[in-house]
Design a binder for this molecule. Structure first.
Ligand SMILES: Nc1ncnc2c1ncn2[C@@H]1O[C@H](COP(=O)(O)OP(=O)(O)OP(=O)(O)O)[C@@H](O)[C@H]1O
Ligand SMILES: Nc1ncnc2c1ncn2[C@@H]1O[C@H](COP(=O)(O)OP(=O)(O)OP(=O)(O)O)[C@@H](O)[C@H]1O
Ligand SMILES: [Mg+2]
Ligand SMILES: [Mg+2]
Lengths: 156, 165, 156, 165
């Protein structure tokens, strides 16, 4: 088991670094095993350093930088061991337009192996979807679902 | 394996029979605040066996059954069915199409179905664990929980990596 | 002191109800004093029920409904005892377009007595501002600030 | 009382002397992720006497001083000055304009100024408490903290109401 963990850890770490550099256009990111005594298993720490900045701990990142770093880790896990289905609920809320584009580009590539269900308010994310559902609350406080095309959204 | 169709009836704000067809690739869900988008994500997790009240925003089974509104009476049962395309044999079953169902009653009883025959929760969990569609996996990111990945304790993050092993 | 607390509590409660009903177009909202023994002071609970819905506890509200309810409480506190300055950092992130409009309308009215500094990515919120500053990160990883007009934002 | 001007130099990502003029009404701050918007909000709270490391995202005084970058050396001091219009006499001082300043050095020392003369933090806190511009007040809502108002324990929410009394 230890053997499998360390192979997976290396793969996730390498992929995390790649996604981070794609999202931030450079910089450094790394997963570190925390040192422990013989008994307990090591934990995993995150180092994330946007390009041209000195910050290294994740609590000094901005709100959007934190979301992007979290997505880089999630995508690294999906990349290393693809799950057939992935459901994301408004993960793009804190991202600016340029970062939403980087996020959706990476998503498009991963969607070849993983099916995504994405809840979003963001027009740019909706534009890259294959299928869009609109949910609305009726007068009787029940939800109804309608299949939409992008043209319907734009008109709203 | 991929999600083909989701049928919801009586789960949270879905009082009538509602269904969503999914293709491969990316499906987006949009709509105003409070319209029921997160309820759709929770219906998917619920039918796959989710039990945690924190994830379902429900303290007891009853909370996920349509509680009624000014114009519509409360319902006695919630039912969600999910149709999975298994032509790639991802799920260790001899079916090309697998329908998983879950029902809950106000009494607190839950029933689980696999292709129309009743099964135990334990059977479903074993099936999904083998197929890497686990409940606590990184593949479900709830609303406002993006930060959680970063604030986990180091040993919990190790758990996420172990899942990917 | 107890006297002052209960007068303030009544005012905040009344104002909270009004803001909630303005934001949700109806419904019920209330602050309740938790029952305690003689010794300890009571705490404050929140009941929030959007119109035509049966939900009463705040943990069954949606993400956007929670943001809106929190803003109704904050505005009630500002209304009851205006603070000269109020700084809000991306409080509109979870709101849909209709709710952003309700939020900015209430903000406009409060800004007669309170000065607001609002950090936002939301175009509709920017449109109601008296002054807009754009912050950008230069090649040397330092922040610079530029005064903007709405025309500059639209062009971006 | 209202904010007229904010001068920042060496505080977090503001390496050069930067100033923002504020009118009454609403001032919006926009810009890409990581550009320094929240740092502006923190500069305002810092100069008004904020000490909590959780609010400033800094474990020690040094963390708020510009740490340098590939192209610019680190600075030895952070300074923020805020000019307040006091023509309505909101602050119990005989000045129409009040300038509050704070400096911090890598040694961990902090200096506080009121209209160019040095004061103690205690003096500033007393002044702002009387004028309802308290540090822990509801008037500052940090990024991602909208939910916090709802998840506070009942006795903490009581604290918010007491502040408004
Ligand atoms: N002491 C410091 N010296 C230099 N840079 C710093 C310092 N402290 C923080 N920073 C930088 O400031 C940036 C964060 O800025 P801030 O949190 O204000 O961004 P923001 O504009 O609010 O972004 P978002 O839209 O993502 O919330 C970080 O990238 C960090 O590198
Ligand atoms: N058992 C139930 N019966 C009826 N309605 C319910 C039940 N449980 C939750 N709801 C309703 O569902 C609504 C929440 O829906 P949901 O959280 O899915 O909204 P959302 O579309 O995700 O909104 P947001 O964009 O704000 O996140 C609440 O307004 C609540 O009243
Ligand atoms: Mg939601
Ligand atoms: Mg920010």
């Amino acid at each position: 088991v230890k053997e499998r963990f360390s192979t997976t850890f290396r793969k996730v770490n390498a992929s995390f670094k790649t996604y981070f550099q794609t999202f931030f256009g450079g910089g450094e990111a790394e997963l570190l095993l925390t040192r422990t005594d013989e008994e307990t298993l090591p934990g995993v720490d995150i180092i994330a350093q946007p390009p041209r900045k000195k910050v290294r701990t994740i609590n000094m990142l901005s709100g959007g930088e934190r979301s992007l770093t979290a997505m880089a880790l999630l995508f690294a896990l999906l990349d290393t061991n693809p799950s057939p289905i992935c459901v994301l609920d408004e993960v793009d809320a804190a991202l600016d337009e340029a970062n939403v584009d980087r996020f959706t580009t990476a998503l498009e590539k991963l969607s070849e192996r993983t099916q995504f269900v994405i809840i979003t308010h963001n027009r740019r994310t909706l534009e890259m979807a294959d299928t869009i559902y609109g949910v609305s609350m009726g007068e009787d406080s029940t939800s109804t679902v309608l299949s939409l095309r992008m043209a319907d959204i734009a008109a709203k | 394996m991929y999600l083909k169709r989701l049928d919801v009836n009586g789960f949270k704000s879905f009082a009538g029979a509602t269904s969503l067809e999914f293709g491969g690739g990316v499906t987006c869900i949009a709509g105003p605040n409070g319209s029921g988008k997160t309820n759709v994500a929770e219906a998917i997790r619920w039918v796959l066996g989710e039990q945690a009240s924190r994830v379902l925003r429900a303290r007891k089974t009853e909370d996920i059954i349509f509680t009624g509104s000014a114009k519509r009476p409360a319902m006695g049962m919630a039912e969600v069915r999910i149709t999975l395309d298994n032509s790639d044999g991802w799920l260790p079953l001899d079916f090309v199409e697998v329908v998983v169902g879950r029902r809950a009653y106000r009494s607190g009883d839950n029933e689980y179905y696999l292709n129309q025959s009743r099964v135990r929760l334990k059977d479903l969990n074993e099936l999904f664990m083998k197929a890497q569609v686990g409940q606590n996996s990184y593949a479900f990111m709830g609303q406002g929980l993006v930060e959680q990945v970063l604030t986990l304790r180091p040993e919990d993050r190790r758990g996420m990596i172990e899942e990917a092993a």
